[in-house]
Design a protein around this ligand. Structure first.
Ligand code: ADQ
Length: 458
């Protein structure tokens, strides 16, 4: 079979479509990953295996957007133990530097294994020997090895969207060997950053005794390639929306509604304890306390998308942020002019772009992040090369966006000083933003997909 004909089968926790139960129809879930993979899957007659997002409901395979969609069924109990439990109560905190205590429960691990097996069985039923199987992310780390024993395929790839932790942390997990062996079923394992690849190679050498370098491991008579492939965004979508007259009107109206402040600082995140939202708010508070002249002239907008609200750590986080916003506004706001404008909701993309355009300073302070696409989206909207990006050194994006104001989010004084500097420098056209834009454009999501699938010999 010629290379151009090789089918790509993506295996991910979620399908790229969501089921609308009111109208009983499938709706495409927008996003850079989906826009990059859709043409490839369509051209190769590929398919996508994933959960529908609706528990306790079986859906037959169907075609949407020219792609065969193969749903995997999860019950409510599966969702709780597999997704909320092992994925987001164990793996998520462990892989993010254990900034919250990871919970190790056997009654979460067993469903994790069983559901990985379910995904592998469904995927195997749609795979042929010349296909590329491309498994996505931490929810499905056992699938590569399971697929290897269930199906004959051309190549198996795995992409980790979140960081891989240092061996000292990873080693705490009681099921560390099973997870590593699961991943090593892949021919190519790709990571967001050099540090994640390095951590993985160390873990495999130390905990399983595998041999090899940081880029090629030898395991059970096979060679496993370790790749660094930082994910990007579809920059053209952000650029087009940023330049539209409607966006400009929204920007002006938004700034006017806030009392035409001199400087707008913005944070945009899923409400997650890894994103450092509380740290950035405290830094803002410290700066405004030290510089009373900024009161009334600087505003901070925080937009937080609700996320994993059924997990305890997330409930607590929401209460903490609510309290912090109230306290800071109580201390430093004026009637009609709060220092912090806080929206707890998802906003449509055109509105998000208007906020990016309204922001003189983008404040991105994760305590640990695989990549952080928000930083790249902000840069992609700054077509006039204005604006300043503050970026945590612990985001994968910091390996690429060296021209940002790089910060340690734990260092409150440093954060406040950098915020002050960014506020002062944000109005002019900057060589920093020019360099950032070059990097974001040249390493977009299409570059990323080519790099990953190229290594899998598409
Ligand atoms: P996330 O942790 O979700 O992704 P991020 O990369 O920043 O983090 O992506 C968030 C996405 O959600 C962005 O596209 C952003 O525009 C959108 N978003 C955020 N707040 C929003 C709001 N209020 N309304 C609407 N949209 C909002 C995981 C990893 C990251 C990695 C990505 C991709 O944790 O490290 O970069 O996957 O691999």
């Amino acid at each position: 079979m010629s290379e151009a004909n090789r089918r790509v089968v993506v295996i991910a926790n979620r399908l790229p479509v969501a089921f609308d139960e009111t109208n009983e129809e499938w709706i495409a879930s927008p996003g850079g990953l989906v826009s990059a993979l859709t043409p490839i899957l369509r051209d190769t007659r590929g398919s996508w295996v994933g959960w529908s997002g609706i528990s306790d409901r079986d859906f037959p395979a169907f075609t949407h957007g020219g792609i065969k969609q193969v749903p995997v069924t999860l019950s409510q109990a599966d969702y709780e133990s597999f997704y909320l439990g092992f994925c987001n109560g164990t793996l998520w905190p462990l892989y993010h530097d254990a900034v919250r205590e990871p919970q190790f429960h056997r009654h979460w691990w067993h469903p994790y294994r069983a559901i990985n097996e379910r995904f592998a069985v469904v995927a195997a039923s749609t795979l042929s020997p010349s296909d590329i199987a491309w498994v996505q992310d931490y929810q499905l780390q056992l699938v590569p090895q399971m697929l290897r024993s269930l199906a004959r395929v051309h190549r198996i790839g795995f992409y980790l969207h979140i960081p891989f932790p240092p061996v000292e942390l990873f080693a705490k997990m009681p099921w560390r060997s099973q997870v590593l062996e699961g991943l090593l079923g892949a021919d190519v394992l790709a990571f967001q950053s050099r540090s994640s690849r390095r951590n993985f190679a160390h873990s495999v050498r130390e905990l399983l005794g595998a041999s090899g370098s940081g880029t090629k491991l030898h395991w059970q008579g096979r060679e496993v390639t370790l790749q660094v492939a930082p994910i990007g965004i579809d920059t053209s979508v952000f650029d087009r929306l940023a330049r539209s007259p409607e966006t400009q009107e929204t920007v002006e109206a938004t700034r006017a509604r806030m009392g035409a402040p001199d400087v707008v600082v913005l944070g945009v995140d899923r409400l997650d304890y890894t994103k450092g939202i509380d740290f950035r708010m405290r830094a803002l508070q410290a700066l405004v306390e030290r510089r009373p002249d900024l009161r009334g002239n600087v505003v901070f907008i925080q937009i937080a998308v609700p996320s994993r609200e059924d997990v305890d750590h997330y409930k607590k986080m929401r209460e903490d942020i609510d309290g912090l916003v109230g306290r800071i506004n109580g201390d430093l706001g004026e009637v009609g002019r709060p220092l912090i404008h806080y929206l707890y909701r998802s906003v449509p993309m055109h509105e998000l772009v208007a906020y990016y355009r309204a922001a003189d300073v983008m404040f991105v302070t994760p305590l640990r992040d695989g990549m952080n696409l928000v930083a790249k989206e902000y840069v992609a909207t700054r077509y006039d090369e204005t604006g300043a990006l503050i970026l945590s050194e612990f985001a994968g994006a910091a390996e690429q966006l060296r021209q940002a104001h790089i910060v340690n989010p734990y260092d409150l004084d440093g954060l406040a000083a950098t915020l002050e500097q960014a506020i002062d420098s944000s109005k002019g056209v900057g060589t920093r933003m020019r360099a950032l834009r070059r990097s974001v454009k040249s390493h977009d999501v299409f570059w990323w997909a080519d790099r990953c699938l190229g290594a899998l010999e598409l």
